[in-house]
Write a protein that binds this ligand. Structure first.
Ligand code: CUA
Length: 405
């Protein structure tokens, strides 16, 4: 009797500790602002479908866990050997080879898993369903993401941007995921599951956003030095705001105002120093080479200017200040934005055309020494080299970049 009571007390204690630890582990998950990369706070149809599968599976797994744990602790206390027990006496009844039990504990888990498998496969197959989707090509590179929009589906790319893709809410988006160098993995946990970006292949991942927001993502396939800080964002906008974004992104940006001397000097410097890798559409054609002039984004820009990058590509900076983040989605371009692993809690802050105060300091830090910000290997053509720009040149380039909106 004593043994039984002891076993029960021990079981209750073990169960309470386990539940308390489990609660502490999950309490913060899913809260906006709690964990920006949580999969348990869906903001779109596809991620909601995954959530609808996860919850019942976790409940069933939780019940199984509790039953097994309770049984384990209770049995090990109830039937443990005590000092009074001598060889063979006090030993519990042996059930080894009991056919009924063997069939029982084989059949029950097998049936359970079979039932879960049906819903699992159903959900997975549904992930590819898309109704009249907007197609956006995503290209993984060391260590940033490029997005290409062919808006009228005529084979010509209309928008090329980096790290931050804008989408309209309530519309299916088919991301066509590719890679320019090694294997990466595209993942916006609030909107959908992961999809690998594999060189030479195109993988599709469909997602839709049910509400406005700036949703953070992270590359989830090890891809070299800066894999851990290879971030990306999807900016989900009201349809009218998305249209405004598209209108702005397809426009050739104005030349810097002649009175803005710093910016004008910065543009000249950009042409000689930066345009070897970075395109700005419609850059003043009277400036000198080496860039190739184009009014529209040139998907082959990197190759046509013969850059030495391993990926043969660098971000198109035409509408640089239209993004909320730069440096592979890592650093905010505007003051007051959370770092690239933070989540915007006030969704009303999300704007089609950012209007905050630019974080010039972040831009200058990057220009001063890119390798200070994130690990790269420019000697091996991976990432941006340090051009040892003077403070004056950094001021000029920053002034020019700020005009790119
Ligand atoms: Cu790209 Cu990891």
């Amino acid at each position: 009797m004593d043994k039984k009571r002891n076993a029960t007390i021990w079981t209750v204690i073990a169960l309470l500790i386990t539940l308390a630890l489990g609660y502490l582990m999950v309490v913060n998950i899913g809260l906006p602002g709690g964990r920006p990369l949580t999969t348990l706070s869906p903001r779109g149809g596809k991620s909601q479908e995954i959530q609808n599968l996860i919850i019942p599976v976790f409940i069933i797994a939780g019940i199984v866990f509790v039953i097994v744990e309770v049984g384990l602790v209770w049995l090990s206390r109830r039937f443990r050997q005590t000092e009074e027990d001598v060889e063979g006496i006090g030993e519990p009844e042996q059930v080894h080879g009991n056919t009924r039990l063997e069939i029982g504990w084989t059949l029950v888990p097998a049936l359970l898993l079979a039932v879960l498998a049906v819903f699992n496969v159903q959900t997975i197959l549904g992930m590819d369903d898309a109704e009249n989707p907007i197609e956006i090509t995503v290209i993984g590179q060391q260590w940033w993401w490029e997005y290409r929009y062919d808006l009228d589906d005529n084979g010509t790319v209309d928008i090329i941007t980096a790290n931050e893709a804008a989408i309209p809410i309530g519309r299916d988006i088919a991301f066509k995921i590719q890679s320019n160098d090694v294997i990466h993995s595209f993942w916006i946990p609030a909107l959908a599951g992961k999809m690998d970006a594999v060189p030479g292949r195109t993988h599709e991942r469909v997602m839709d956003a049910s509400e406005v927001g700036l949703f953070q993502g992270q590359c989830t396939e090890f891809c070299g030095l800066s894999h851990g800080v290879m971030r990306m964002q999807v900016k989900a906008l009201e349809v009218a705001d998305y249209d405004a974004w598209v209108e702005r992104m397809t426009r050739v940006p104005d030349q810097p105002d002649a009175s803005d001397t710093l910016a004008v000097e910065g543009q000249a410097l950009f042409v000689t120093q930066c345009s070897t890798c970075h395109q700005v559409n419609g850059l003043d054609p009277n400036s000198t080479a080496p860039y190739t002039y184009s009014e529209t984004p040139d998907p082959e820009y990197g190759k046509s200017v013969n850059i030495t990058m391993a990926s043969g590509n660098a971000p198109n900076l035409t509408h640089f200040m239209m993004r909320d983040y730069f440096v592979g989605g890592l650093l905010p371009l505007y003051e007051g934005m959370p770092e690239g692993d933070g989540r915007l809690e006030d969704l009303s802050e999300v704007q089609a055309i950012p209007s905050g105060t630019p974080d010039e300091n972040n831009i200058k830090r990057w220009l001063r020494n890119p390798e200070d910000i994130k690990p790269m290997n420019p000697n091996n053509n991976q990432g941006m080299p340090n051009y040892n720009l003077s403070e004056q040149q950094i001021e000029q380039l920053t002034a020019y970049l700020l005009t790119l909106k």
